[in-house]
Ligand binder design. Structure first.
Ligand code: SAM
Length: 289
């Protein structure tokens, strides 16, 4: 197997194919072999796993996934990588590469079609310029057992942040609605070619099989969450009153009290059950029973 993380192998390989890194495609390739190995190991990939990889690049993580998984589907948008991936991962019988933009994929349909009988997982060193839309698509597909990704460290911290911390926000709640986050390890900039300006980190979300939250209307719940963080420095009642004008200021305050909280409460101190209680109060007012 070609050691694509060895810079003395990767550089000539890229040169041979006239490949130049594309900044606009978020191309920072791994050159530290311990990183893709650790991602595949920590994600718990085994023969029963069907792994969706996003952005294989020249294939360092793809190799580690293919060595362990029942099947790997890798989605790559940059077709200049076709001859390179043919050399680095072309011999794996359990690999299928889809030359597409991941954001144009129906992820749930793909997983159903490709991973029948396997435990679906997503594993990737993400292109950072589209981290949020990719994570949103992966989580909203509601079809994975786990989602393990390398992202900018500050994004990983936001994904795993707890109420009352500076990093906590709507994105934390969005991720934690779907799964339990675990920060796995940091990856310094010198592990990539070219080097990004930021430190990276690998984070894993163990997706809940049965959603544990008492949320009746998911869209309404996330509207409440967004409203609360849109006016971060203000009281929750102000955010609610502006996102739900039909409530008015007095109505927003009453919703918060009926859900069991002080009227002066701030959104950044509340967790998913608390936001669920507030969303439920709003729902009941809209649909009196
Ligand atoms: N997995 C490789 C590694 O770890 O060295 C490459 C990771 S690099 C950070 C991100 C990869 O995602 C690149 O190969 C890039 O071409 C690919 N990519 C960027 N945008 C994409 C998209 N919309 N759909 C699929 N792949 C994309």
């Amino acid at each position: 197997m070609i050691d694509v993380c060895d810079i003395n192998v990767m550089k000539p390989l890229l040169q041979e194919h006239g490949f130049h890194f594309s900044k606009s495609k978020g191309q920072n390739f791994l050159i530290a072999p311990w990183v893709p190995r650790s991602i595949a190991e920590e994600a718990g990939v085994d023969a029963g796993s069907g792994v969706l990889e996003i952005g294989p690049g020249v294939g360092p993580l793809t190799q580690q996934l293919c060595l362990r998984a029942g099947k790997v589907c890798a989605v790559e948008v940059d077709t200049r990588l076709i001859p390179i991936l043919e050399r680095t991962v072309g011999d794996f019988p359990n690999l299928e590469i889809l030359w597409q933009d991941v954001l144009k994929l129906d992820v749930a349909a793909l997983v159903r079609e490709k991973f029948a009988g396997l435990r679906p997982m997503a594993c990737a060193n993400l292109p950072y310029y589209i981290t949020s839309p990719i994570l949103t698509a992966l989580l909203e597909a509601e079809c994975f057992d786990s989602v393990t990704v390398m992202v900018q460290k500050e994004v990983a911290q936001r994904m795993a942040a707890q109420p009352g911390t500076a990093e906590y926000g709507a994105f934390s709640l969005f991720c934690q609605y779907y799964g339990r986050p675990e920060l796995l390890f940091d990856v310094p900039a010198h592990c990539f070619l070219p080097q990004p300006k930021v430190t990276s980190a690998v984070v894993s979300l163990r997706i809940y099989r049965e959603n544990p939250w008492d949320v009746t209307d998911k869209d309404l719940f996330f509207r409440v969450v967004k409203a609360s963080f849109a006016m971060r420095r203000k009281k929750l009642s102000n955010g609610l009153a502006s996102a739900f004008p039909e409530l008015g200021k007095a109505g927003a305050a009453e919703v918060i009290r009926s859900a069991g909280f002080e009227e002066s409460v701030r959104g950044e101190t509340l967790g998913i059950p608390e936001f669920a209680a507030i969303a439920e109060e709003i729902r009941k007012r809209r649909q009196p029973q």
